[in-house]
Design a protein around this ligand. Structure first.
Ligand code: SF4
Length: 916
């Protein structure tokens, strides 16, 4: 394999962040082998040197702890030859016995484009099936479908620079401040530069993003399309349609406007839950502002009407001609770092390579001719939900999963688990050695991790960046493309999969993009088709298209039409107002799922990093005070969230930020970090009929208090000791569900538990099974209140602190956990047992800024004692928000809460940050 290096004279390796679709450039300094330094790449167009909290913590992921380092067959380590022999044999056998459609691949937006390309080539061109889908189906399939309906191609028309050039930015279905923090920072900076810039956030919840907005439209869940249908009607009524653009470049306006006009303003108000004043303010703002960008993300896509929502947004931009010019356009931002690369190579089951169509005979012939392949898929394969259903019902008998954890991330996640248990042969490629999906693998393959991988990724603005290796492959880990090619060659396809490097694959991919194209397809990077290995190594980020022989022209699409439909006209799609059946159902509460700021997907890469776990350490659910009161749920109770036979146990956070009738739960927690916290086990597998994307953000659930006899909190140095004691308790509880979750802290772990064990019995488990040899023990008990505490010290170090109570433990968890790294003189040990702090060891409270570990209490002290009144004031005193900036929304929320209290307005009494 080619050794990768930066060609830069400063000795830094320039690569790309592996987390979200912003696609930030990262500079890696490996001068000191034992201390890799990570910083933002100042030359990268996406982030200009900035990184968010996850990006900043990338160096902590460079560990062999928890890595899968060798192929494993039926739980036994083995070599690559044996593993790939077995995979090829089972793959061939399955095809021979049951046909090409009996095999399937489920891949990921984490893969590099080169990995994606070869796996897609293998199944669609050689096996002859389209049974490959990607977890991007869960993320942005509705955007793809909406783009294709409107533009005839899956094209993102604009670029990030439009955020700086706009005068109105609308964020809908997007908690940008947490999910795409660097884009949020670009908007925040743009607001400082441009006083005319207005930011509108459309979201049923109050989030860190809404804290930074000028206008927050708290619509009812899933009513975005109603809002934009109303906007189209308003634009027509106010004669704000750009008839010149519409006439020259689009079709469908009459029908779309006619349908929109059939809904009364009252209907739009009822659907969205907004008053006429709010609607008119927003509509008028849109009408008057030419430079408008509408950014949307999973809140739009993950819906049964996701594609309609996308087209309702695009309609308003096409109708006003606000597309493809500086500072304007609809803008889908992707969740994953290479969701766009996956779309380019045809990683979805209904696409061919290079943005070609599966159901287009000309495209089938083009791809097959280019690949010179024996087969070509001619009809769409199973989409994600269908694929696992097919595995469960025996239609798919061979499944290869790469770089994703569907047992957590898919809807009806327990059915997915069942699918894997029933599927005769499951291969899982991953970098970690233990996750919820790997437990069901017949063969586990060790994949190259970030820092070892070499290839390209494409971010949300079509910018192709190199992800470069700066470390050797660990043990027997290999790039995914290499593993796929080994199997392909063993199936007899030697010549077609004989790549020596990622550069070979990239050149082929780039050449295919220009093959038989002549401007008929948007994706064309044929200028890269013959680059040398050296040029590939030193390639700078570029925004496609980049056509061979052409000078770089515009980087935006559709200012002058030239859509990719047969008649080259864009389509304005009539969108019907759909009253969401789930919303109409009055039973239970509507659950929205999403992400927290510092965790990534199913925590496989971020869950072991103390700084990232400090922000949200437990699986939780946010619910309104009204809904909590009706259910006798108090702050910090553990609650059961139920749907049918499924349930999860989560910590309750009572908040004013949630509309009554709705709740929010993050999707990150897995069986590795908690007992029952895979929230997607509750979510039905209902999908958007056009895109096949699951409606992950809207599920009716019931919530009830989990009646625990005891609550425990443990900060401990030795994780294995805690796991052992937890296991004993679980066994003794038999079938009674127990709540537990664990999170990494510096120098140890923290555990939170609740169960049917009485506090005294619970305490005995810890007292009897903790290894206290050579330790000094301090104890406290109040039998009347059911409160027990133990702290064990070895020399001047705290080994474990155990708090057991009949009620949720109120001691400052963050402070207690922080004492694991402190030296504890005898005189101050009482503080741990007291669970209270004193002057020399102040309690900073739950962490808000993970770069400088600044807590809620510190910020509140600054507000009350130092006359700070802005985020920058807080930054000057505490540094919070001055590095990655991801916490600025939460700091602003604390300021807002403090100001409301100070001005005598009703104060919720809570902090903006959970106390868990
Ligand atoms: Fe990585 Fe954060 Fe940039 Fe996303 S915003 S690419 S997670 S540094």
């Amino acid at each position: 394999m080619a050794k990768n290096s930066s060609s830069n004279s400063d000795g830094l390796t320039r690569t790309a962040c592996p987390y979200c679709g912003v696609g930030c450039g990262v500079s890696v300094d490996t001068t000191n082998q034992n201390n890799t330094k990570i910083s933002g790449d100042i030359s990268h167009p996406a982030n200009a040197g900035k990184l968010c909290s996850k990006g900043m913590a990338l160096a902590d992921t460079l560990t062999l702890n928890g890595r899968l380092l060798n192929p494993v067959v039926n739980n036994q380590p083995t070599g690559w030859t044996e593993a790939t022999d077995l995979i090829a044999a089972r793959l061939q056998q399955t095809i021979d016995d049951h046909g090409p459609d009996s095999v399937g691949f489920y891949v990921s937006g984490q893969l590099l484009t080169e990995d994606y390309y070869v796996v897609n080539k293998l199944i669609k061109g050689y096996i002859g099936s389209a049974n490959i889908d990607t977890n991007s189906r869960l993320c942005m399939a509705s955007s793809v479908a909406g783009h294709k309906r409107a533009f005839g191609s899956d094209t993102v028309p604009g670029v990030y620079e439009d955020l700086e050039l706009a005068n109105l930015i609308i964020l809908t279905g997007s908690n940008l401040a947490w999910c795409h923090p660097i884009l949020q920072q670009r908007i925040t900076a743009a607001k400082i530069q441009n006083s005319a810039l207005t930011v509108v956030v459309i979201d049923p919840r109050q989030t860190a993003t809404t804290e930074l907005a000028d206008i927050h439209l708290a619509i009812k869940p899933d009513s975005d399309s109603a809002l934009f249908i109303g906007l189209l009607n308003y634009l027509e009524k106010k004669q704000a349609i750009d008839h010149l653009y519409v006439f020259k470049y689009t079709s469908g306006i009459e029908d779309a406007v006619h349908l929109a006009a059939s809904y009364s303003e009252d209907q739009i108000e009822t659907e969205t839950g907004l008053g006429s004043g709010q609607l008119n303010q927003f509509y008028e703002l849109f009408r008057q502002t030419e430079k408008v960008v509408t950014v949307y993300s999973q809140g739009v896509n993950q819906s049964k009407i996701g594609t309609d929502k996308v087209n309702s947004i695009i309609n308003c931009h096409l109708a006003t001609g606000r597309i493809g010019r500086a500072g304007m356009g609809p803008f889908s931002v992707t969740g994953q770092p290479n969701a766009m690369g996956g779309r380019e190579v045809g990683g979805l089951s209904n696409m061919l390579a290079a943005h070609m169509e599966l159901d287009n005979l000309n495209h089938q012939e083009t791809v097959q001719r280019f690949w010179n392949s024996p087969n070509i898929a001619t009809r769409p394969g199973y989409k994600a939900v269908e694929l696992f259903e097919a595995a469960r019902t025996g239609k798919v008998k061979f499944l290869w999963i790469m770089a994703t954890n569907p047992v957590v991330s898919m809807p009806e996640a327990n059915l997915v688990k069942e699918s894997l248990m029933r599927c005769p042969f499951v291969v899982v490629s991953d970098v970690v050695n233990n996750n919820d999906t790997l437990r069901h693998a017949n063969v586990s393959l060790p994949a190259a991790a970030w820092g070892e991988k070499d290839g390209t990724v494409t971010n949300s603005e079509r910018c192709v960046s190199r992800q470069r290796a700066f470390r050797p492959l660990s043990a027997n880990a290999k790039p995914d493309w290499w593993a796929v090619c080994e199997v392909a060659k063993k199936l007899g396809y030697d010549g077609a999969f004989d790549y020596e490097s990622a550069a070979d694959i990239f050149r082929e991919h780039a050449t295919l993009s220009g093959f038989n194209n002549s401007g008929t397809r948007d994706f064309d990077i044929s200028a890269c088709g013959s680059i040398s290995n050296k040029e590939y190594d030193s390639m700078r980020p570029f925004i496609w298209p980049w056509v061979k022989g052409d000078k770089r022209k515009t980087t935006r699409f559709f200012a002058n039409g030239e859509f990719y439909t047969p008649d080259r006209l864009g389509r304005i799609i009539p969108i019907a107002l759909e009253t969401n059946a789930i919303r109409k159902d009055q039973r239970g509460l509507v659950m929205n799922t999403g992400r927290v700021r510092d965790q990534w997907h199913t925590m496989t890469r971020t869950g072991h990093i103390a700084t990232l776990s400090a922000h949200r350490a437990e699986p939780f659910i946010e619910l309104s005070r009204q809904d909590a009161e009706e259910r006798d749920i108090r702050e910090d109770d553990v609650v059961s969230v139920l749907k049918g036979d499924e349930h999860v146990l989560l910590r309750a956070i009572l908040t004013d930020k949630q509309r009554p009738g709705t709740v929010f739960a993050p999707m990150h927690w897995t069986d590795t970090h908690a007992s029952f916290a895979r929230v997607n086990t509750l979510v039905s597998s209902a999908v958007d009929a056009v895109s096949g994307q699951p409606a992950l953000k809207m599920q009716r659930v019931d919530i009830e208090k989990y009646k625990a006899a005891s609550y425990s909190y443990v900060a401990i140095r030795d994780k294995s000791a805690a796991d052992k004691i937890l296991e004993i308790q679980r066994n003794d509880l038999l079938d009674k569900p127990m709540y537990w979750s664990c999170a990494k802290v510096s120098d140890g772990w923290r555990y939170d538990m609740a169960s049917q064990l009485t506090p005294y019995v619970c305490l005995q488990y810890w007292r009897n099974h903790l290894d206290v040899n050579g330790t000094e023990i301090a104890e406290f008990e109040d039998q009347k209140k059911g409160e027990y505490r133990i702290a064990c010290y070895r020399h001047d170090r705290l080994e474990a602190a155990v708090f057991v109570s009949a009620n949720p433990v109120r001691s400052s968890r963050h402070w207690v956990a922080a004492q694991l790294k402190e030296s504890m003189p005898v005189m101050s040990r009482f503080q741990v047992i007291a669970g209270a702090t004193q002057g020399d060891k102040p309690d900073n409270g739950p962490i808000v800024c993970s770069c400088f570990m600044v807590g809620v209490n510190q910020i509140n002290r600054c507000l009350s004692e130092q006359q700070c009144s802005t985020v920058d004031d807080i930054g000057d005193v505490l540094s919070a928000g001055t590095n990655c900036g991801s916490c600025r929304g939460e700091v602003q929320a604390l300021i807002n809460t403090y100001s409301a209290k100070d001005s005598g307005e009703a104060w919720s009494g809570g902090s903006a940050t959970t106390c868990i």
